[in-house]
Design a protein around this ligand. Structure first.
Ligand code: S3P
Length: 171
């Protein structure tokens, strides 16, 4: 796969359930460039799941691995990179992305995010007594940060992956 005409990596950021992985993969296929998911890269390097890393080594350890992986992925040429929902929060990660790539925020409202994550148990941060309230709090805390992304696409409830990818390309 080539660069798909991209001059810099495109880095998808946003909340859990915003569609970063699904849209990222579809976008890369459409552009004819490579695709990589930072969570998957972390799991591969650690040879265990994100949930296991959180449980065994804690969130701070995960965040350190996440920064390393992001930096490495940004250095490997133009392609589409999807990230975990917390990857854009650390100022040094945002600076890296701004310097070497273009951040695209996949914005979505709480109802849509919750619909997408409610049936999955893979996300350690949502293993709380009231995961919907946790998701709402994270969205509140993070919105202003995601807003710093160069590009923003607001997901619409009925939109297919194809339709959303069309809108990303138009952007
Ligand atoms: C996280 C999001 C997850 C994963 C980890 C932490 C977050 O990725 O990186 O569970 O802080 O929002 P997704 O956004 O792909 O679910």
């Amino acid at each position: 796969t080539g660069s798909g005409g991209l001059l810099r990596p495109v880095v998808l950021v946003g909340m859990m359930g915003s569609g970063k992985t699904a849209i990222g993969r579809a976008l890369a296929t459409r552009l004819g460039c490579g695709f990589v998911d930072s969570d998957a890269a972390i799991e591969e390097a650690a040879d265990c799941s994100i949930a296991e890393i959180f449980a065994r080594d804690g969130e701070a350890f995960f965040r350190a691995r996440e920064s390393e992986v992001l930096s490495r992925l940004l250095d490997a040429g133009p392609r589409v990179i999807s990230t975990g929902g917390g990857a854009y929060l650390a100022p040094q990660n945002r600076a890296l992305v701004a310097d070497r790539g273009a951040a695209l925020w996949l914005d979505a409202d709480l109802d849509l995010l919750w619909e997408r994550v409610r049936h999955k148990s893979t996300r350690p941060l949502l293993r709380t007594a009231d995961p919907r309230a946790t998701l709402a709090r994270l969205l509140d805390e993070r919105r202003d940060i995601y807003e710093q992304a160069e590009l923003r696409l607001t997901a619409q409830a009925g939109d297919s992956i194809d339709r959303t990818t069309d809108r990303v390309i138009a952007l």
